[in-house]
Design a protein around this ligand. Sequence first.
Ligand SMILES: *[C@@H]1O[C@H](CO)[C@@H](O)[C@H](O)[C@H]1NC(C)=O
Ligand SMILES: *[C@@H]1O[C@H](CO)[C@@H](O)[C@H](O)[C@H]1NC(C)=O
Ligand SMILES: *[C@@H]1O[C@H](CO)[C@@H](O)[C@H](O)[C@H]1NC(C)=O
Ligand SMILES: *[C@@H]1O[C@H](CO)[C@@H](O)[C@H](O)[C@H]1NC(C)=O
Ligand SMILES: *[C@@H]1O[C@H](CO)[C@@H](O)[C@H](O)[C@H]1NC(C)=O
Ligand SMILES: *[C@@H]1O[C@H](CO)[C@@H](O)[C@H](O)[C@H]1NC(C)=O
Length: 287
Amino acid sequence: LIIGYCDVQLTWKVLDIFTPISICSLIVSIFVTAGLIILILSVSLSGQGLGGSKGTVYSIDKWPIGNLGEDVILSCKFKTSTNSRESTSQVSITWTKEGLSEVVYKYDKGAVQLTKQNPQFKNRTLLFSDAIGGGNASLLLRDVKVGDNGVYYCSVSTPSCSGTASVNLRVAAFSAPKFKRVNTTLTAEAERWFPKPNVTWLDVNDNVLNESETSFFNNSAGITRFISSLQPIKLYGSYTCIIQNPLVKAVSQATVKGPVNTFQRKYNFILRKYLDENCMLDNSHPV
Ligand SMILES: *[C@@H]1O[C@H](CO)[C@@H](O)[C@H](O)[C@H]1NC(C)=O
Ligand SMILES: *[C@@H]1O[C@H](CO)[C@@H](O)[C@H](O)[C@H]1NC(C)=O
Ligand SMILES: *[C@@H]1O[C@H](CO)[C@@H](O)[C@H](O)[C@H]1NC(C)=O
Ligand SMILES: *[C@@H]1O[C@H](CO)[C@@H](O)[C@H](O)[C@H]1NC(C)=O
Ligand SMILES: *[C@@H]1O[C@H](CO)[C@@H](O)[C@H](O)[C@H]1NC(C)=O
Ligand SMILES: *[C@@H]1O[C@H](CO)[C@@H](O)[C@H](O)[C@H]1NC(C)=O
């Protein structure tokens, strides 16, 4: 999960694996030592250890989902071996995107360098400048667009730390449904979904209700609006509407309370962070 190179971090990984079965601490320490030697050897043989750098560059959210038109943070952090603050005049941060030759954002020795910035990102990107010295190289990307989808690389170089972390941004659109009831028909309407979702209704016991009908409408930007109606409903009851596409699942509940057309609703979004669990580990990028 960690791209870059840092023998300290790799050692912790080995300890994590062996601690739960530490019946014999002597054997464990032999394994750890052997593992450490192998890791140090492989790191230096891979060529990445040249320069003798310490520290690590990583992302705490490698699979963010951006909501079209809103802002998203591409997470990137760096940690020096001493955990001390870096002087920002010695920090260089370059964000690039796979397939683009120009940079997304570049910060070098205390100054923003945007002469070679790709026009797609003009005026839409920012670093958290106050937090750079503390190891925060995260990028704020404003007004997310469909074309922002893709793999980003955050390369950090300081006197005591250097490496690259990747972040895989997926772009979706999602908005909460509004419920309406007229007599025994309950409808859910949502304005912005992308990719096109499917809609399922459940009763209070989580049984799927098949007396529903959903109409989808496209707007000009390829975003889907839909209205889904469920009929007949009971005068007192709770209904769950599930809207999902491969990236986002929204679970919303409407509670019908008597013949007066009032109800309560609550909802939450579940962002599907991993398109495919196997992709999580295979995310490296040659520096
Ligand atoms: C640092 O990075 C995280 C994302 O990784 C972000 O949420 C946060 O606001 C940033 N800024 C500070 C001051 O920590
Ligand atoms: C940059 O963004 C600001 C605020 O979002 C806006 O007022 C300004 O016109 C933009 N400038 C360019 C060159 O797009
Ligand atoms: C709702 O029910 C009332 C009374 O039964 C009826 O008059 C009205 O037309 C119904 N409304 C709709 C939209 O079906
Ligand atoms: C759902 O549809 C199936 C056939 O498509 C039907 O047999 C079944 O009775 C329906 N369930 C309800 C609760 O209406
Ligand atoms: C909406 O657009 C998509 C792709 O642009 C298309 O496949 C789909 O048939 C359209 N749906 C409607 C209801 O127009
Ligand atoms: C609805 O969409 C989800 C996510 O894309 C998918 O896993 C599920 O199979 C779909 N259900 C139906 C009935 O199409």
